[in-house]
Design a binder for this molecule. Structure first.
Ligand SMILES: [Zn+2]
Length: 115
């Protein structure tokens, strides 16, 4: 199961997220994480690392030396969740990003920290 969309993974790569782990195939023509049947149809495949939530958290904490807090606001109206990834530092500064899943919130935080 892949928890991040292609655009987020591409942005992470462009921001310098390590690409040493397993890379997942994404078909740019079908716009899906797959390659079965696509290579034989000459679809263009991009291979990207899809970090897990814990890998994203580690990358943020290693980068900044702070402590990451993850929490969810649940809104009954429209029934959607808004995840907050907040990095706290010893000098009481904070960086925060949001997302509709915990993975996306932490990925957005990583992107912000690596701008
Ligand atoms: Zn395809």
């Amino acid at each position: 199961m892949i928890d991040l969309d292609y655009k987020s993974c591409k942005r992470l790569k462009d921001a310098g997220f390590p690409q040493g782990g397993t890379r997942e195939p994404y078909c740019l023509k079908c716009e899906e994480w797959k390659e079965i049947d696509c290579l034989s149809k000459a679809h263009k495949i991009d291979f990207l690392v899809v970090p897990t939530l814990s890998e994203l958290i580690d990358a943020c904490e290693i980068k900044e030396g702070g402590t990451l807090t993850l929490y969810c606001h649940h809104y009954d109206i429209g029934t959607y969740d808004e995840w907050h990834a907040e990095m706290g530092y010893s000098n009481k500064d904070r960086d925060e990003e949001i997302g509709k899943t915990p993975e996306i919130a932490v990925a957005n935080l990583y992107l912000k920290l690596n701008e």
